[in-house]
Design a binder for this molecule. Structure first.
Ligand code: NDP
Length: 415
């Protein structure tokens, strides 16, 4: 039986047998209680329950010659199947190539309505050594880890905003709290030098220092679908991307297909999905026109796909250390280094994009998508156990599908 045909328990058994899960992570996933009650009660305010989402695995994803089992959390049917399809296809043709960098996070300290602004900008520039020392004493432990404040930049913005930007190497952490602590300490000193309170002091989620680029190359023959030649499918994928470069309505949906996979992995690794999403969309819009994040080119007889994402991911910090599943997922994905997580997130983003584009320019998105959506509809209609698969298949044969029809089929079956 194929992995997707196994029961949940059998899938976990297989991952344990292959050495991808140790006994502790296996039991945690089997037990299926994502966050111990006491931890959940202390993670957020007014906690009343836990909101669960399914997690699946994208299997045998070949990245820079290493094979990974990548956890993906999503509520949307078809995302994991689509990513697996692309991962399997790309694996046969050399896998994904990734380059990832990790340059640090920017913090901003901003003053508004600054009078005599040029003089004050110069003043801040003369304080570089003091700023360095304040940053060090605001978060000494990051120095011990080899990180800390790397660069300072003073800029006048508009007529009367003065901005001091600090680039902080946050090592294995995402670094939001770390950078905020440093920014607030520096802001306090700067407010004395400038004789006015700061407007704000906080990190920026525009994370150009942590860009991650993934590339794949497929011979067009691998893309043949039905009566459409691989060459035609590849040309249509390129054309769909060119259209997205010109049309924001399409670009945003092109990127949503990337986020389907990428954000699911971010979630699995217990990172801040809002921070990563905001950073990715700001990157897509940095030219002034919101752009598709991936590029697809036809070079001779190869289709080449490339995706670059800013990914300030943490392997430690935030809730990662206290949510047991985030840790177990690091084990499953062999991803305790943020650079590996960045590589996996970008890769699953590109894999999802390939699957979506390939379906879109051939048979359309609904065929595969709706078959999986019918499972949710079957459950909604009241199907249980083996009825779910039966009703899913029965709905796939119907010219029109809705909840009433699903209920009717179920009633007829049980007559
Ligand atoms: P933390 O505040 O948890 O700081 C990182 C922690 O990781 C520190 O306790 C540090 O220990 C520990 N650590 C252990 N090993 C390492 C290592 N190798 N490198 C670095 N740190 C290490 O998390 P972050 O500063 O990363 O902040 C992330 C959180 O901030 C997320 O939960 C996010 O949701 C939230 N946030 C996001 C914002 C945004 O994106 N705009 C705004 C505000 C918060 P030690 O102290 O001993 O160095």
């Amino acid at each position: 039986m194929k992995f997707y045909q196994l029961s949940r328990e059998q899938r976990l058994d297989a991952l344990k047998a292959s050495g991808d899960l140790d006994t502790q992570s296996y039991e945690l996933m089997l037990k299926n209680q994502p966050i111990p009650a006491e931890i959940a009660a202390n993670m957020v305010e007014n906690q009343i329950t836990q909101y669960a989402l399914p997690e699946g695995v994208v299997q045998d994803v070949l990245i820079n010659g290493t094979c990974y089992q990548i956890p993906l959390v999503t509520e949307e049917p078809s995302v994991i199947a689509a990513a697996n399809n692309s991962a399997k296809l790309v694996r046969q043709w050399g896998g994904f190539q990734v380059t990832a960098k990790r340059g640090g996070l920017i913090g901003q300290i901003v003053f508004d309505h600054v009078s005599d602004i040029e003089t004050k900008a110069q003043l801040l520039k003369t304080k570089a050594d003091e700023i360095q020392a304040i940053a060090a004493s605001a978060y000494p432990s990051i120095l011990k880890r080899g990180g800390g404040l790397r660069q300072q930049k003073v800029t006048i913005v508009g007529q009367d905003f003065l901005k001091l930007e600090l680039l902080v190497d946050t090592k294995a952490a995402m670094g939001a709290n770390m950078v905020n602590s440093i920014c607030e300490a520096v802001a306090q000193a700067a407010s004395q030098w400038l004789q006015q309170p700061p407007l704000l002091a906080i990190l920026s989620n525009h994370a150009l220092e942590d860009l991650t680029t993934v590339t794949l190359k497929l011979p067009v023959t691998a893309l043949t679908r039905g009566h459409l030649s691989g060459q035609t499918v590849a040309q249509r994928i390129v054309a769909a991307t060119e259209f997205a470069q010109l049309d924001i309505n399409r670009a945003v949906t092109h990127n949503k297909g990337i986020m389907n996979g990428a954000i699911g992995v971010v979630q699995g690794y217990g990172n801040d999905t809002r921070a990563i999403s905001a950073g990715i969309h700001s990157y897509a819009a940095q030219s002034g026109q919101y752009q598709p994040l991936s590029q697809w080119r036809l070079v001779d007889t190869d289709l080449i796909g490339q995706l670059t994402l800013p990914l300030p991911i943490g392997a430690v910090g935030g809730s990662i250390g206290i949510v047991p599943l985030a840790k177990a997922n690091q084990q499953l994905g062999q991803a305790t280094d943020p650079l590996i997580m960045q590589a996996q997130i970008a890769t699953i983003g590109l894999a999802s994009n390939l699957a979506a584009l390939r379906a879109l320019v051939t048979e359309g998105i609904q065929k595969g998508h709706m078959h999986l959506q019918y499972k949710a509809l079957a459950i909604q209609a009241g199907a249980t156990g083996s009825e779910i698969d039966w009703l899913q298949n029965a709905l796939s044969q119907q010219p029109i599908v809705n909840l009433a029809i699903a209920r009717q089929l179920l009633v007829e079956k049980s007559k």
